[in-house]
Ligand binder design. Structure first.
Ligand SMILES: [Zn+2]
Length: 305
C-alpha cells in the first residue's frame, strides 16, 4: 500500500471511530474523544491529499536523504548506503495546521473550511493538554454535529470521488443531523443581518468627522505598531479593517541547543476588527462565511512579520 493510500485508510478509520461519538446528547468523554479522532482523521485526509500529488509535500524538510528514506528506501539498489542515508534524514512530517496551509494550494474546499480546520486543531490541543471542562461544550457540539460532516465531505469530494466511506455506518445519520442543524442555525441569515447592521451603523457614524478621524487614527496606529495585525477589507462597510493573526509554529531540535528552536511557518486569521463600523468577527464560522483570507490586502502567503 503506498503512503497516500495508508493516510486515507487511517483517515477512514479515525472518522469511523469518531462517528458514533457525535450527537446532540453526547457525554463530555464522548465529545473529547470525537474531537481527537476527527482532528486526526482530518489531518490524515489532508496528508492523503498532499501525498496523492507528491509524497514529499507532507515532509517538513524536503531534501534528498529525507525523500529517499521516507518514501523510496525500498528502491535503493545498494543496501549498504541505507544506514548512511538514514543517519542524515529526518522523517518529520508537517503539523495539522501546516497541512491545511499546503493543501489549500490544491483544494478550494480546504481553503474554504480553513477556519473550521484551525479551530479543530486548536480544540484537539485543548483536549490533549488542558482540562476538557475549559471547553465550551455547546460550541464544540454544534461544530461537531453541524460543520464537521459538511467540511470533510467537501474536502474529500475535492480530492476524488473515490474518497468515500469515511463515517462507517453513521454516514446518513450524520448527514441528516448536519442538515437539520444548519437549517436551525442559518449562519448566512445571521451574518447578512450582522453585516447590514454594521453597514447601516457606519452610514450614521461617518457623518461625524471626529469619529471618522479617530477610526483612521486607531486603524493606522495598530497597523504600524502591532506585529500580528494585517490590513484587510471590512466585509460590512468596505473600509480598512484589521485582520488579527495567530502564528503557526513548528519546532526543530538542534543537538547543540538546550531548548527546541521555534520557527514561525505561517499564520491564520483569528479575528477581523473594524474601527469604522465597529464590526468584530471572531467565531470560525463567521470568518469562514466572509472568506477572511480573501479580504486581506496582501496577496502573498501569510506569515507573521
Ligand atoms: Zn467596517
Amino acid at each position: 500500500m503506498d503512503v497516500a493510500a495508508q493516510y486515507l485508510k487511517d483517515a477512514q478509520d479515525h472518522f469511523a471511530a469518531a462517528a458514533p461519538l457525535i450527537g446532540l446528547d453526547t457525554f463530555p468523554e464522548e465529545q473529547w474523544k470525537a474531537v481527537i479522532f476527527s482532528a486526526i482523521g482530518a489531518e490524515k485526509l489532508l496528508k492523503h491529499l498532499l501525498c496523492r500529488i507528491n509524497p514529499c509535500l507532507a515532509l517538513k524538510a524536503v531534501d534528498f536523504e529525507n525523500t529517499v528514506m521516507t518514501w523510496h528506501a525500498d528502491k535503493v539498489i545498494n543496501p549498504g548506503k541505507l544506514a548512511d542515508l538514514k543517519k542524515k534524514a529526518s522523517p518529520d512530517v508537517v503539523t495539522f495546521k501546516i497541512s491545511v496551509q499546503r493543501a489549500a494550494h490544491f483544494s478550494a474546499a480546504v481553503g474554504q473550511y480553513a477556519p473550521f480546520l484551525h479551530w479543530l486543531a486548536d480544540l484537539r490541543d485543548m483536549a490533549a493538554h488542558r482540562p476538557w471542562a475549559e471547553v465550551n461544550e455547546d460550541h464544540a457540539r454544534i461544530a461537531l454535529c453541524r460543520d464537521l460532516y459538511v467540511a470533510i465531505e467537501a474536502i474529500a469530494g475535492s480530492i476524488s470521488t473515490d474518497v468515500i466511506h469515511l463515517w462507517g455506518s453513521h454516514r446518513s445519520r450524520l448527514q441528516a443531523l448536519s442538515a437539520a442543524m444548519a437549517e436551525k442555525l442559518d449562519v448566512s441569515l445571521q451574518m447578512a443581518r450582522l453585516l447590514k447592521r454594521h453597514r447601516d451603523g457606519w452610514i450614521e457614524r461617518s457623518k461625524d468627522p471626529a469619529v471618522v478621524s479617530a477610526a483612521e487614527r486607531t486603524t493606522h496606529n495598530r497597523l504600524a505598531k502591532e506585529p500580528y495585525v494585517e490590513e484587510c477589507k471590512c466585509p460590512a462597510c468596505g473600509g480598512i479593517a484589521l485582520a488579527i493573526l495567530k502564528p503557526d509554529v513548528e519546532y526543530s531540535h538542534d543537538k547543540n541547543a538546550e531548548v527546541p528552536v521555534v520557527h514561525v511557518v505561517g499564520a491564520s486569521i483569528v479575528a477581523i476588527q473594524c474601527s469604522f463600523c465597529l464590526l468584530r468577527l471572531e467565531k470560525y464560522d463567521q470568518l469562514q462565511h466572509v472568506n477572511a483570507s480573501a479580504l486581506l490586502a496582501r496577496t502573498d502567503d501569510l506569515t507573521v512579520p
